[in-house]
Design a protein around this ligand. Sequence first.
Ligand code: SF4
Length: 201
Amino acid sequence: MPTRRPESAALDRLLGQVHRCQLCRDLPLGPRPILQAASAARILIAGQAPGHRAHASGIPFDDPSGDRLRDWLGVDRGVFYNPAYFAILPMGFCYPGSRRGGDLPPRPECAPEWRSALLEHLPSIRLTLVIGVHAMRWHWPDTAPGTSVTRLVRDWRNYWPARLPMPHPSPRNNRWLKQNPHFEAEVLPALRRRVERLVRA
Ligand code: SF4
């Protein structure tokens, strides 16, 4: 029987603790952490929080946002859901509920409780996709208050190739994409080339 590498076993133990987490007992549908990680992962997707559909299926980005994200990355579901390629660690691991037709922000308890410990077990990450304002605040804590996603994405080359600020791939952002055509024209081709290289490495 093959022996697990020590770093994989430590990450597995930590993931087990995350999956038993009951910190946010008042979540509308209860705790159900949805994440993906392996110590070999090369690309980290730092998103917001699972949506209602992901909560039901237990699969991250199992919705139209995920379809668009995979298109942006140039990968199919088989590559996307291979934890040796992609770690998927949103800022909140459980569905936070919704309000006025939109999802609530990620639970603020989650990142301080788990994020740093999990990232310590991902030594092979070469590219972090920082999606949306909550992930941006955590991954760039020195960013001036009020700095918009639009501005960070406009200045994406400042962070490239280790990190990439991105809008959320939700269909709700179609207007933003129309107003910021450089994202699809400039950023996505560079992103697809880098993802292809990292997956092949
Ligand atoms: S959102 Fe995070 S901290 Fe809250 S119950 Fe889920 S895993 Fe635990």
